[in-house]
Design a binder for this molecule. Structure first.
Ligand code: NI
Length: 183
């Protein structure tokens, strides 16, 4: 069990396209995933992708906590996706606040597809496939973007909403949306 150092925006690893994992069951990959989980929980994040811990492989983890579940979504304990794929089921965009462990202190409004299908393998090799909406769909799209070298400000259409979280009380952004999780 280790807490890994998180790469911050500006580190080149965050802009690279990560490569597929060829040996998903190997001890090195299992150890990496365990350490990613420890790191995400330690940093109070909702999700984490391997490039954020300086490993350019297509692995992402996330969870959906009770207080984030929307539209009767179930909360979801830690989910691991190795070599994930995403398909957009409803391209209508919902805009909501996001944050990122690689961009500490900042939040911004990001448009994301409303409904997606995703699949990938967990650390025991089991195929995970699911449709997701709401926060669940958002966190999956955010983490998946990390695997393609995309950070949430690159998805923003209104950069005037990029803000330091601790200034939000005085901004025009709805303060009720200021409790977004780090991803
Ligand atoms: Ni992120």
């Amino acid at each position: 069990m280790s807490i890994l150092k998180i790469a911050k925006m500006g580190h080149p690893v965050l802009l690279k396209t990560a490569i597929p994992v060829e040996d998903p069951g190997s001890p090195d990959i299992l150890r990496l995933i365990d350490n990613m989980a420890d790191t995400m929980i330690d940093a109070c994040g909702a999700g984490l992708a391997a490039p954020q811990v300086h490993v350019s492989l297509r692995i992402m983890i996330f969870h959906v906590q009770n207080d984030r579940a929307e539209h009767n979504e179930e909360s979801m304990s830690l989910r691991v996706l190795i070599n994930p794929e995403i398909k957009i089921l409803d391209a209508k965009l919902d805009v909501d606040m996001e944050a990122c462990l690689s961009i500490p202190g900042l939040v911004g409004l990001v448009p994301r597809a409303r409904k997606i299908y995703y699949r990938g393998h967990d650390s025991s090799g089991r195929l995970i496939e699911e449709e997701a909406e709401g926060f669940h769909a958002r966190v999956v799209q955010h983490e998946y973007d990390h695997l393609d070298g995309i950070l949430y400000p690159m998805r923003m259409t209104d950069l005037s909403t990029l803000a330091f979280r601790d200034e939000l009380g005085r901004s025009v952004i709805n303060p009720e949306q200021s409790n977004s999780n780090n991803e």
